[in-house]
Design a protein around this ligand. Structure first.
Ligand code: SF4
Ligand SMILES: [Zn+2]
Length: 105
């Protein structure tokens, strides 16, 4: 799986954990769906492309402040739960987080 794809799968797994635990939904509720769609759009337009840092470490932060805060809350909750629910993904995400940002060639 390529870096950006992996990032999308990871984010969607995290929003899924959040929504299931906080909103009691098996499918994403409209609010979480909107947040995930937004992040997907940001990822697709990420100026770093496949060389992107994790968004948390990004020097640019292309999210709107409100969305960034919403995502921060989701990540803070889902982050520690990821190793239990999605061990492989969270391991890969950890590795990705060690890399610094690089510009697209
Ligand atoms: S926050 Fe940074 S790394 Fe994340 S999508 Fe936006 S530009 Fe790319
Ligand atoms: Zn939800």
């Amino acid at each position: 799986m390529k870096r950006l794809e992996r990032e999308q799968v990871t984010v969607s797994a995290m929003v899924g954990i959040w929504c299931r635990d906080q909103h009691g939904q098996r499918e994403l509720c409209p609010e979480c769906r909107a947040l995930l769609d937004y992040s997907r759009e940001r990822l697709n337009r990420c100026q770093f492309g496949d060389a992107k840092p994790t968004c948390k470490k990004c020097p640019v932060h292309c999210y709107q402040p409100q969305k960034r805060e919403a995502m921060r809350i989701v990540m803070r909750y889902a982050g520690p739960r990821m190793p239990w629910r999605h061990p492989l993904l969270s391991l890969l995400h950890l590795v990705d987080g060690k890399r610094g940002p690089k510009k697209r060639p």
